[in-house]
Ligand binder design. Structure first.
Ligand code: AHR
Length: 344
């Protein structure tokens, strides 16, 4: 009896230890997938949203830290973004107005990053100083589309740039000034916001193509506004009375302000040859009235293109890095006919 009990315990011990050997005590941590397996899995493109590749506009939260409301061009650009967002039925457009201050745009971007938006569309007020905040967006896996003006930041920090080639606009402006002053002359320049891609590019392009017999006697900023364009032209007309034959003005709003100053100084339409940029209704009216001799187009209606790119980025679809707007030049001879068709 004693021997059979001992035998039973010995057999039971052997069975139990065999069972223990076959059953793991605890589930081990998942081993890392072999390198080959990881590479074979489809890579999620940078910035793709969690709904990718099936995101729709209804999923989209887009941040648009607009740089300001300085001109008719800007008003049309804002309207294009807001109207398109509504038409497409996006989930949310986070809009802000930086009142032409870069620090306001940077704070708005940081707030959008915190809110976890899908895409940021940035119209930068100036070209430099974006590296830090663009890096923050990149680290948060939020793609940034640079809209309208350019930035000097490394292109790896943003997904795409959509907008005008400001240097070409400056070149087109110079070609018109060359035609308007075939025997040369002295001109002034009313420049846009200092350090902005639009002002830098237009000034550069203009100088590249301007005939050597046309001299730019002075250049001052009017910050792209009517209110500042007028006193700048007033000062030019006082300082260079009787010495200037033309003016290159970086946008229609400043041109309209400058025209007020020209009228007040007793000038008549055409006394100064004016080349302006934008092609707004106000610019067209000034051509009809004889004050602007050529208006170089800059198209603000970028909404549809921005949202199309944003959806592609959310779905992990590659987009072209540089997407330039196709533009032309307008002249007084067609201004009256085209004015009613202008959308901005
Ligand atoms: O960046 C585009 C420029 O900005 C437009 O020419 C001007 O009107 C606007 O304020």
């Amino acid at each position: 009896m004693k021997t059979s009990k001992v035998t039973f315990f010995v057999v039971a011990l052997i069975v139990l230890s065999l069972l223990a050997a076959c059953t793991p005590a605890a589930a081990p941590a998942q081993p890392a997938a072999p390198a080959q397996q990881q590479a074979a899995a489809p890579a999620k493109a940078a910035g793709a949203a969690s709904c990718a590749p099936n995101c729709t506009y209804k999923d989209m939260v887009l941040c648009f830290p607009q740089l300001g409301a300085e001109s008719d061009w800007r008003t049309a650009n804002t309207a294009s973004m807001k109207d398109t967002a509504q038409q497409l039925g996006i989930k949310q457009l986070i809009f802000s107005d930086a009142q032409q201050h870069q620090e306001n745009q940077i704070s708005a971007i940081r707030s959008c990053i915190q809110q976890g938006v899908n895409v940021i569309a940035l119209p930068p007020v100036v070209e430099t100083g974006w590296d830090a905040v663009l890096t923050e967006a990149k680290n948060a896996n939020i793609p940034v589309i640079v809209v309208d003006r350019s930035v000097t930041a490394d292109p790896s920090l943003y997904a795409a740039h959509l907008g005008s080639d400001m240097e070409i606009e400056g070149q087109r402006s110079a070609e018109q000034m060359n035609k308007l002053l075939p025997n040369g002359g002295t001109i002034v320049e009313l420049s846009g916001t200092t350090g902005s891609g639009a002002a830098v590019g237009r000034a550069k392009g203009f100088r590249e193509k301007l005939n050597p017999n046309i001299k730019i006697i002075d250049s001052q900023t009017g910050n792209f506004t009517r209110a500042e364009g007028k006193p700048v032209m007033e000062a030019f007309l006082k300082k260079y009375a009787g010495q200037i034959q033309g003016a290159f003005i970086h946008n229609d709003d400043m041109a309209i302000g400058a025209i007020e100053a020209m009228k007040a100084a007793g000038l008549k339409p055409g006394d100064l040859k004016v080349v302006s940029v934008d092609g707004t209704r106000g610019g067209f009216q000034a051509m009809v009235d004889g004050w602007i001799q050529a208006d170089v187009e800059c198209n603000p209606l970028l909404g549809p293109q921005v949202f199309d790119n944003a959806l592609k980025l959310m779905n992990g679809v590659a987009v072209d890095k540089n997407q330039l707007t196709n533009e032309s030049v307008f002249f007084p001879d067609k201004a009256q006919e085209l004015l009613p068709t202008r959308k901005y």
